[in-house]
Design a protein around this ligand. Sequence first.
Ligand code: NAP
Ligand code: ZN
Ligand code: ZN
Length: 346
Amino acid sequence: MKTRALAVTAASTPFISYEFERRALRPNDIAIDITYAGICHSDIHQVREEWGPAIFPMVPGHEIVGRVSALGSAVTSFTVAESVGVGVFVDSCRTCDSCKKGLGNYCEEGMTGTYNGYERDGKTVAMGGYSNRFVIDADYAIHVPAHLDQSGVAPLLCAGITLFSPLKNWGAGPGVKVGIMGLGGLGHMGVKFAHALGADVTVFSHSPSKEKDALAMGADHFVSTKDISNLKPLHKSFDLILNTVSARLDINEYLELLKLDGTLVVIGLPGEPYSVQPGVLLNGRRSMAGSMIGGIPETQEMLEFCGKHNIVSDVEVISADYVDAAYERTVASDVKYRFVIDASTI
Ligand code: NAP
Ligand code: ZN
Ligand code: ZN
């Protein structure tokens, strides 16, 4: 299936137009005409090889939304023209304990990523969503509520589920004090979900100009971390903190904010280790945990939650020729709050 895309051919080089063939439909596959693809900071880390050597040419993109254009002979779960999403992984072993629990994102063999990796045959390079068409096994595709605006839906497939999953897992809800570190693509979805779940939400941001937006999204409090001493009065007051910051920081400053038995969940992946003071963890039986996207069933649950609460991402829709500039602006924390590529311009 002939596909038009945007690719980089080496680390940190500009995007170029690129054509390649996607596979013909297998019995359980669906074909998708992509309408929008979000730009996740993980795309940037990988294009720039900040997580180690990458596979080029690379077509990034794992926040994909579109319409079903064709069905494999065995597919009964989707219909042609319905709104459909694809996230960070397109397959997994399906037999390990994690996969059996619907947590293919934690597959013991490793999930099969949407790009910058090999498909399960071990030789086909997976190509992502900065493209006009997609082919995926129907078991790894997500139904999207028809009334949600597709451009705002695209980021839900990574940014959305990545915050929804830990908020549910660590019990965010009424009476729970939740902190969200970083108001970017992930962080702003965390604010919307935590608010909708009934938690008391505080945003920690190094961009004071984002305060008004944070409160409009549902945050109850905004703390500027430009002056780190602003954290001191808040020591020992949070149940759950989700760290979405893409850059290095002193994690101990934030662990100090946790109450007895509180948990700080690491979500941002700067590619460098954090230095943790053991005493800060011991004092208050605090935990530091991690969380990586979410499984297919919980991604479906998240989209249904979004449908019910009318939640989508705040997006800036861009055309294909703006992607390089969008990367620069994302790294500068200058996006409100996710860039989404209009696939018709690719
Ligand atoms: P993003 O849109 O660039 O947001 C990151 C936010 O971090 C920025 O908006 C900014 O918020 C804050 N920040 C950036 N640089 C900073 C600095 N030098 N000091 C303090 N704060 C800074 O990125 P994203 O797409 O949300 O992704 C965030 C991170 O999560 C990335 O590392 C990404 O790879 C990772 N990620 C992880 C998963 C997972 O499954 N765990 C999934 C997707 C992405 P303020 O302006 O409000 O301070
Ligand atoms: Zn992502
Ligand atoms: Zn598995």
